[in-house]
Design a protein around this ligand. Structure first.
Ligand code: SF4
Length: 95
């Protein structure tokens, strides 16, 4: 996770994923299409990460989702998959 506003990330101290293998939240797989020089979304990984957020009972899901949305992060945040398209549509809605 990158951090553009470290002051607002205090919630991470209570995250259920704290100390988990960061690969749990990798949603791209480059191996299957490396020959194409690109990456593809791995939907099984997205579902696995979303399930972890939900089933772990993470107490900071709302803050995580809000932070990921506000900072236009791509990946699983707060148990939801945030895509580039999601952020583009949201931005257009604010214009
Ligand atoms: S909602 Fe998921 S990604 Fe966010 S802090 Fe909790 S376990 Fe981690």
């Amino acid at each position: 996770m990158s951090c553009s506003d470290p002051e607002s990330m205090d919630w991470q101290g209570d995250a259920a994923c704290r100390g988990e293998d960061p690969r749990l939240f990798e949603v791209l797989s480059g191996d299957e299409c490396a020959h194409l020089g690109g990456y593809v979304l791995n939907h099984a990984r997205i579902q696995r990460a979303r399930r972890f957020c939900r089933e772990s009972g993470c107490p900071v899901r709302a803050a995580c989702l809000e932070w990921g949305t506000r900072n236009e992060m791509v990946g699983v945040w707060g148990g939801e998959y945030l895509s580039r398209e999601f952020h583009q549509i949201r931005r257009r809605g604010r214009a």
